[in-house]
Design a protein around this ligand. Structure first.
Ligand SMILES: Nc1nc2c(ncn2[C@@H]2O[C@H](COP(=O)(O)OP(=O)(O)OP(=O)(O)O)[C@@H](O)[C@H]2O)c(=O)[nH]1
Ligand SMILES: [Mg+2]
Length: 348
């Protein structure tokens, strides 16, 4: 492998590790050891090979560890096999992210969407054999797959719950659809802010629309979609703020946030907000594009996507904007007026 590529990969893996560390911290999980393991040959039943597993096992024996987080998505059987082999609660990246979403959800729709993702995740992990581990852990947390719920609910019950939430979500979805129809009828143009979590979408939304949505330095601050008006000289347009993306986003979340993601699909323009100071900005742009593709967005919207490099107040570089590329600070307002002018040109 080319040394530059190897360095890039290493930086990326480190950042991914910091990211999951950050998320776990937010869940009040105390991390005693974090480690990058290079997997050359994937072991289909446990993902990690025997040598590394033995090392993990001896670490667990020596320290009072009660949870192993694997920062990638495990199949249900891999997760189960690891739990049995290590006699320890194991969770994967999807488990942690869904748990964070569950902690952040505030609106009714958000809560329903997260519950749906949790149920889909759990459904495939409902295995009776795990109950002995559950008793040992004594936990009721969602992490590690099914907790108490596993014992309480059988698959059919979960399936029933899934159908029930889906039908409630469909009702919310059809309300949204009608609102979108009315916007189209009125020729009301919309711009959807998308991008990696923590890039500053909500801050930009607030700056453009004078709203006061919560914008904080923590991952997945926004889960709900908000639309608000921006006056662009003679015409109003809609600015849409949505949930942020993350690398390796659980498919269960994409499935359950369908209605939210449809708002992005139906927007006339998509604006990808990127933190200009992020050393992994390039990878995060790639992640955003690939998630959008996964959700079935029209390819033209990706081709014509506007990229906003945000947080320029944090460095002293002089950037040059172009047709679909802008540099600004949602915090100080620098570059916003130029950006608004170009949005105006796009709708005329
Ligand atoms: N210095 C600086 N900080 C910014 C700027 N824009 C946003 N921030 C900060 O970056 C953090 C994340 O901002 P948000 O607006 O919540 O980010 P987001 O993209 O909406 O994040 P999610 O809702 O998680 O997807 C907050 O602490 C903001 O104050 C900026 O232009 N400059
Ligand atoms: Mg936000």
């Amino acid at each position: 492998m080319h040394p530059k590529l190897r360095d890039e990969r290493r930086t990326y893996s480190k950042e991914m590790l910091d990211e999951i560390y950050n998320l776990a911290n937010n869940l009040n999980i105390e991390i005693s050891l974090k480690k990058i393991i290079q997997i050359n040959n994937k072991n289909s039943s446990t993902l990690i090979g025997k040598g590394n597993l033995e090392e993990i096992k001896s670490y667990i024996k020596l320290h009072s560890v009660n949870l192993l987080i694997i920062n990638t998505n495990l199949s249900p059987s891999q997760q189960r096999n690891l739990e049995i082999y290590l006699n320890l609660k194991v969770t994967d990246r999807a488990g942690i992210i869904i748990e964070i979403f569950s902690k952040r959800a505030k609106s009714n729709e958000g809560k329903m969407q997260v519950e749906l993702a949790e149920l889909i995740y759990r459904k495939s992990r409902l295995v009776r054999a795990w109950t002995h581990l559950e008793r040992q852990r004594g936990g009721t947390s969602f992490i590690g797959g099914p907790g108490e719920l596993q014992i309480e609910l059988d698959r059919r019950h979960i399936q029933q719950k899934i159908l029930n939430i889906k039908s409630r979500l469909r009702k919310v979805g059809s309300r949204r659809k009608n609102q979108r129809k009315s916007r189209i009828n009125k020729n009301f143009k919309t711009f959807a802010l998308v991008g990696y979590t923590n890039a500053g979408k909500t801050k930009l939304f607030n700056s453009l629309t004078k709203k006061k949505q919560s914008s904080r330095n923590r991952l997945f601050e926004t889960l709900d979609t908000k639309i608000s008006r921006l006056y662009l000289g003679q015409k109003y347009v809609g600015i849409i703020d949505t949930v942020g993306f993350i690398n390796n986003i659980p498919t269960q979340l994409i499935e359950s946030f369908h209605a939210t993601l449809e708002e992005i699909h139906s927007a006339d323009f998509v604006i990808n907000v990127v933190d200009v100071n992020d050393i992994n900005a390039k990878n995060k742009i790639k992640t955003t594009k690939s998630i959008l593709r996964e959700t079935g967005i029209d390819e033209n919207k990706i081709t014509n996507m506007i990229t906003v490099f945000n947080k320029i107040d944090l460095n002293n570089v002089n950037y040059k904007c172009s047709n679909n590329r802008f540099y600004l600070s949602a915090l100080t307002g620098k570059g916003i007026s130029n950006f608004k002018d170009s949005l105006k040109n796009k709708i005329n």
